[in-house]
Design a protein. Structure first.
Length: 297
């Protein structure tokens, strides 16, 4: 039960971070490339805290390319993700992360030799169906919006990311390494944006805004660190399928965090909270929870 609690901390902390990133990317750093650069600057800030839990080791030679590939995906998925945040509610964007999970049972079977029970396959179908319904704007004319297509790509990347994480852990057998080396590479990669003239100009022109919001970025990185550390530790103990299913609860945390921020501090986030929409979301969230339970138990 303890490891399931740790696994649930990952979507909880990540939901807080996603709300902060939504505010920053929609209101201040409106070009995704600029946001990616500044959000990555503090990637290594809290890594020393990992020393309380374990000691990093030199990576196994065969694991180094996988660490780099993980870092590349960690940076690359942010571009379409921030684009989606400009179009649709944050909790729905988060729910759409579940779309790629349909590929996880296939990939884990092929690369990790993990097999599922029939009830787990049914749970995955419930999660994916609820995620698609969340992305439909009008039940009378079910049009899938731009965010759906952005998030299909993002969710496929993230699904592959989780499987690659588990595979890399089996290669290197150190969950601390899995955080440290990926964070180092993902800190360095965005500096390549300076090779693109327009991106470099945007980064320079928004540096004053970054300095003004340094504390916000620091808080965001701390939440990302907690969520990421919880996710990696849980993945080292659980199957990739179970870990991904638990992460599908993120939109539930995100919706209720958004409601709490609005009620307690009058902080408004991109979240539609009308009675009709709330009923739709709550029904979908109940279905997602049912799917998660079927996969995890």
């Amino acid at each position: 039960m303890f490891i399931l609690f740790v696994a649930l901390l990952a979507p909880f902390f990540s939901s807080f971070a996603n709300i902060i990133e939504c505010k920053l990317s929609n209101n201040i750093f409106k070009h995704p490339a600029t946001m990616i650069f500044y959000i990555s600057l503090m990637n290594c800030l809290f890594m020393p805290l990992l020393l309380f839990f374990g000691i990093p080791t030199l990576p196994a030679p065969g694991a180094v390319p996988f660490y780099f590939l993980l870092a590349f995906i960690d940076v690359a998925y942010l571009y379409p993700y921030y684009k989606a945040m400009k179009v649709i509610d944050t909790s729905i964007v988060s729910a759409l992360f579940s779309l790629g999970q349909i590929t996880i049972p296939i990939m884990t079977y092929l690369f990790l030799d993990e097999r599922l029970r029939e009830s787990q396959y049914a749970g995955f179908l419930l999660i994916i169906a609820a995620s698609i319904v969340l992305s439909i704007n009008d039940f009378k004319m079910p049009k899938l919006n731009r965010a759906f297509y952005y998030m299909v790509f993002v969710s496929l990347l993230r699904a592959f990311y989780v499987v690659l994480q588990k595979y890399t852990f089996k290669e290197d057998d150190n969950w601390i390494n899995l955080i440290i080396y990926v964070n180092i590479f993902s800190f360095l990669l965005p500096f390549l944006l300076f090779l693109h003239k327009k991106s470099a100009e945007r980064i320079r022109s928004t540096f004053a805004e970054y300095r003004k919001n340094t504390k916000v970025f620091c808080l965001n990185e701390f939440l990302c660190f907690l969520g990421g550390a919880a996710a990696v530790y849980a993945l080292s103990k659980l199957s990739a399928v179970t870990s991904s299913a638990i992460n599908a609860t993120a939109p539930i945390f995100m919706l209720f965090i958004s409601l709490a921020l609005k009620k307690m501090f009058d902080i408004r986030v991109k979240e539609t909270i009308t009675p009709h929409i709330m009923i739709k979301k709550l029904i979908c969230f109940v279905v997602i929870i049912a799917g998660v339970v079927m996969v995890a138990l």
